[in-house]
Design a protein around this ligand. Sequence first.
Ligand code: AMP
Length: 215
Amino acid sequence: MVSRVLLVGPPGSGKGTQARKLAERRNLTHIASGELLRASVAEGSETGLAAKSYMDAGDYVPDDLMISFILDALGSQEYFVLDGFPRTAVQAEALDVALDQTGRALDIVVQLQVTDSEVITRLTGRRTCPVCHRAYHMSNNPPASDEVCDDDGTGLVRRTDDSPETVQHRLDVYRQAVDPLLLHYKRAGVLFVVAGQGDPDSVAQRIDEAVLGGS
Ligand code: AMP
């Protein structure tokens, strides 16, 4: 049974959407590092304060901070989908050690492949309702009336790190760090590559094929 999954991919590859769907389908806990960090920033916690400037600039939060933060959130969960952590080989090694200490290991790592131009289109058009968190895309899934939530009429917001300049920087940061991370999981024999383009349901089906193949 595949019960410990990691999704890797550039920002905007659909990791969050796919991790949420996979967690629902297979009854796994969804652990999204970016979402947890944004919640910490909103709370004004010590971690949030330390992470905010890196996040706003589109840079990675330092490994030591990320590792203690996410390992804490992960705790002794048996069944989970990790989304956005690990992002570096150092984080991957720390995760391996922590899982190993409790007799756990990742069953499968799914790499979502999406081109840079697709990422830029997806992220710069992304908007969310700050009240109900409904997600929109200004060209693919726009609200009925300009930049206002269909459900509650609240003005939609764009993540500060989804501006065109910061998106390009986040992509560069991803490309710089990802090869050693992928190599780490390739060596462990758990890496599967899935095409991330197309509608979310087709991508989910491809992931299911990889996950079921690995169970
Ligand atoms: P995300 O929502 O996954 O795009 O993450 C938003 C931001 O949180 C990233 O651009 C980083 O600044 C930070 N972040 C999330 N996960 C990690 C991680 N594993 N390592 C370093 N920084 C992270």
